[in-house]
Design a protein around this ligand. Structure first.
Ligand SMILES: Nc1ncnc2c1ncn2[C@@H]1O[C@H](COP(=O)(O)OP(=O)(O)OP(=O)(O)O)[C@@H](O)[C@H]1O
Ligand SMILES: [Mg+2]
Length: 260
């Protein structure tokens, strides 16, 4: 199972929107997808229409070892897309996990328990911090996808994220790679957006995906209906962009993984 962490410690840059819609786009191409909501805010769970009453087991119980992966999985309305939901309990995990053995590898260990062949890819939606939850995601993942909002301070904080990736690589996950940086909320009528996109590309080169996610109101409306934008309105520019991003992402994955 390919594991990709969707991470950026900056808040509101489009991590969850990217995780939900990429997961849906990958499921639409026939992949069996697991989305892990690792953010106490639970936006990915809500955005997929999984209500609080359905979240009997969550990523919190998974991390603390109170349940297995199979026990925590919830099928979503999207065919081939399963979810590990999140609850507010997860907000205590950053502190509680400090007491646990191998606290940085709790998610990795749980995902290792997946039945072979059940899922092709796992996307992990991270919270806006570089704490223990994000570290668990980076320790469990083979690669990281970084959504970057096309705004003036886009690159600020990125070096901190890259340093964290380096630390995780050096200490416990030498295979961790940067799959790519996806520019989000791009406004083509705004000169600043294109200027920022040029700066980001000049700074990060080929790491930046060619596909840019436009600012699109359909993407922000869809979560309130509990469905991915890709299902809410498949033809809107946001949905089309996420389909294109999924194609680009698949092309970047190591070949044997794609065949799996
Ligand atoms: N391309 C877009 N166009 C318009 N609105 C967007 C777009 N991407 C995200 N949004 C909206 O911006 C807000 C923040 O997006 P999102 O929740 O995906 O970011 P996040 O990085 O996961 O936030 P957090 O750090 O709080 O977890 C949401 O209201 C979302 O609906
Ligand atoms: Mg989020």
């Amino acid at each position: 199972m390919i594991r990709i962490a969707v991470a950026n410690q900056k808040g509101g840059v489009g991590k969850t929107t990217t995780a939900i819609n990429l997961a849906t786009a990958l499921a639409a191409t026939g992949w069996k997808v697991l989305l892990v909501d690792l953010d106490p805010q639970g936006n990915a769970s809500t955005g997929l229409g999984v209500g609080h009453d359905q979240r009997l087991r969550s990523s919190y119980e998974l991390l603390t070892g109170e349940c297995t992966l199979d026990e925590a999985v919830i099928a979503t309305r999207v065919p081939r897309l399963d979810l590990i939901a999140s609850t507010v309990d997860l907000s205590g995990a950053e502190i509680e996990l400090v007491e646990y053995e191998e606290r940085t590898h709790r998610l990795d260990k749980s995902l290792n328990g997946a039945t072979p062949g059940r899922w092709d890819v796992c996307l992990i939606d991270c919270p806006p911090s570089l704490g223990l939850l994000t570290i668990n995601a980076l320790a469990a993942a083979q690669s990281i996808l970084v959504p970057l909002q096309a705004e003036f301070f886009a690159l600020e904080g990125l070096s901190q994220l890259l340093q964290t990736v380096e630390r995780v690589r050096a200490r416990f996950n030498p295979e961790l790679t940067i799959l790519g940086v996806a520019l989000t909320m791009y406004d083509k009528r705004n000169n600043l957006s294109s200027q920022v996109a040029d700066d980001v590309k000049a700074c990060l080169g080929k790491t930046v995906f060619d596909t840019v996610i436009p600012r699109n109101v359909r993407l922000s409306e869809a979560p309130s209906h509990g469905i991915p934008a890709l299902i809410y309105d498949i033809r809107c520019p946001g949905s089309e962009a996420y389909m294109a991003l999924a194609r680009e992402l698949i092309a970047r994955l190591p070949k044997p993984a794609v065949a799996a």
